[in-house]
Design a binder for this molecule. Sequence first.
Ligand code: HEC
Ligand code: HEC
Length: 271
Amino acid sequence: MPNPLPYLRAVLWSFLGIRQRSSATAEQQQLKPLPLIAAAVVLAAVFVLVLLALASSASAAPLQVPDTLAQRALACTGCHGPQGRASQQGYIPRIAGKPAGYLHAQLLAFRDGRRQHDGMARLLGNLDDDYLAELAAYFAGLKVPYPAPAPVRGTGESRALGERLVRHGDAAHGLPACVSCHGAALTGVNPAIPGLLGLPRDYLVAQLGAWRVQIRQARAPDCMAALAQRMQPLDIAAVADWLAAQPLPADAGPAPRPSQALPTPCGSTEP
Ligand code: HEC
Ligand code: HEC
């Protein structure tokens, strides 16, 4: 077997394109073709192995991003505000601190088309029910401050109408009081009825409008759809103006599940 060194040296020099002294060129003229090819193959293999080793050591130490719900929720808080505590300024609703069962039902509704929002539907499209329940529990557990109430709007008459409908309903039109389901303090009732304070006026108007035309649907019997269909546009505006202008009580969390039945049954409150 010939001495491999001159072969390896010759291949390396030609790989690297180094010009050689005439004594080295003379040495190369003695080399035989087959061992020369073998030396080239060995060097190329060593080169590939070194590259593979580098690549696998790079993937063995991936970028360290903590895989927590807080980290994943960043996809949501870009729209819903830090910690999901959206303000009264825009349209997007707050999600922090709402009853977990309610939030879960809404995530399923956006994913499955019973509520409409393209961005959320895309984001939730591949997430399963259990994962959405975890996300809902995460936001339900965030107890963060509420925005200041919106400025008072409307005439004295429409404010009185808004407050009357919220507190007492309108028996003549089959409209139960909002407080009879959403809690005396309007901060929601566990596990599935949301609060009505701290939400932008335009969001409230849009939701009641969406129920009237059935582009928002809750589980049957859909009590909110029946109720919104009995409200006139002026009633909706009056109620939304009044609700958006109310300050939050000190304890803004949802009330415990009540022992008495709701004035009309709502599918979304059943397990
Ligand atoms: C592109 C902006 C955007 C992103 C991102 C987004 N949302 Fe939303 N979300 C909205 C808008 C707008 C609405 C109100 C839609 C409507 O009109 O019904 C909404 C509504 C909701 C509601 C219903 C709130 C209620 O009171 O009924 C929940 C719950 C919610 N989002 C949770 C999430 C979660 C969890 C994520 C992250 C996985 C997320 N959203 C990501 C814009 C967004
Ligand atoms: C019979 C019980 C009941 C009454 C009365 C009631 N609600 Fe509701 N409301 C619900 C339930 C249950 C939900 C949750 C529906 C779902 O799962 O989407 C809801 C949800 C809502 C929402 C959606 C909130 C959000 O964050 O998207 C609004 C707005 C609302 N109600 C307004 C009102 C107003 C205004 C009144 C009074 C005029 C009223 N509700 C009376 C049961 C009721």
